[in-house]
Design a protein around this ligand. Sequence first.
Ligand SMILES: C[S@@+](CC[C@H](N)C(=O)[O-])C[C@H]1O[C@@H](n2cnc3c(N)ncnc32)[C@H](O)[C@@H]1O
Length: 497
Amino acid sequence: MAELIWHPYKYFPYELDLAKREVKTLLPKASFSETDRGLRLRGDFDPEMTKRLVYFAGASEGEKYSPTMQSRLERVNGNGPNRQSTRYSAHGLHEYKGKFNPQIVRAILNILNIPVGSRIIDPFCGSGTSLIECGHLGIDAIGTDINPLAVFIANAKLAAVNIPAGELRRSLSAVIKRQRTVKTPKKGRDLAREEYLLSWFTPEIYRVIERFRIAIEAMGEPFANPLLAIASNLLRDYSLQDPNDLRIRRRKTPLPEKPFAKAYEEAATLFIEKLEDAQEIVNSHKSRSRALLIDSRHATGKKLGTKGKFDCALTSPPYATALPYIDTQRLSLVWLGLIPPSEIIPLEARLVGSREVRGARSKKELLDKLHSNASNLPAAQAKYCKMLQNAIGEGDGFRRQAVPLLLYRYFSGMAEVFTSLHPLMKDNAPFALIVGGNHTVLGGKRFDIDTPKHLAAIAKSSGWRHAETVPLQTYQRYGYHRGNAVTAESMVIVRKA
Ligand SMILES: C[S@@+](CC[C@H](N)C(=O)[O-])C[C@H]1O[C@@H](n2cnc3c(N)ncnc32)[C@H](O)[C@@H]1O
């Protein structure tokens, strides 16, 4: 009799639920019952499919034991067997706030029964977690994001998984050598960039990171971007900014004692080790996956350069009052030459979920839009935002006062994304969103904003059918803390109607 075996780490309740759902979907003819180490399977099933399960370590039948791909990926790279690993393969290349947990991507693909050969889109792809997970399964995926750093990281990860680790290692050695002799760049080629960086790095560190940049860029593609991303990931630590603060605040703690060059070599070596481990397990899928710099409110087939339609969309959208993605990553954005310093604030303001409201005029415009429901949101959502607006009390500071307007703008942005994605999907194709609720206090009263429910309603009014909402009680995205007012998350699944 076959038995599916749990991973050795402790599960959240939602993971146990998803585990059973993936078994039901991938092994539809099998029935199962719980044992103290997993699930006993009866009936027919394809043993190959058990390897695709994410919340199981393996399947045992008599003497035979077949580990899942997930357990092999996690074991070689983990934090020890008793903790779920999330930084295996290329996932740990660069921090990105609000990253997907890779297991949840795999779980979505499993419970929605997305076969190899399908085409996936992630309209808020961020650092590309979903693209990498799809790649592990042999599924092509397109990611879109409005943040050039997100697109850069996602494509660097996609490049990295396809470079034989040995070649990347040789490239790293060449960079380490070359940066010692590279000439410090001449002053004044891009004054705005240089002045900006010199206001956030000591002149000594600025010279070092520039030498590294030049040495890495000389390696050319496909090596340069993954190696640049590793350097970019260290920038905050070596800057004059408080590394633990999401916004601009000068550091009070001393700079790291370890020289940048040493920290870089260590980080890159560790990354390449992880990559090598993963490459031994996953056939390097020559995927056509890529991330594109596109505002998903205006995504079209033409912009995406894709023929045909998508089988599935999956994403973790920004929160209603999102993290300051751009501000948090401005040093990397400017250092990598992805935006000039003058673009930092305007770009932040364009993000769905942005908290930026610049000036009294924009505020007035937003207020008018809210009152006239200019975006044509469903009546219930427009009414909800107006109700919050009316709840504002005298004691509420300007940040809180902006919440109803920001929520209205967020819902409007999400409505545009649902509308623009709709024609790109096959009929009945699912769109899974991992969405968190928020709460706010206005006029001394607490309001729990059920964002998953609101987004399902908004999707419905944009041509989607609400299939289900699965609560993920304890799921927390990485990098979010209580201060961000994010409560539990849910998986909202809608289908193209
Ligand atoms: C929660 S993050 C996604 C993180 C991603 N799942 C990962 O694993 O890294 C949300 C993303 O939405 C992006 N975003 C915000 N507004 C956007 C827009 N209008 N079009 C495309 N992407 C947008 C942000 O730049 C951010 O990367």
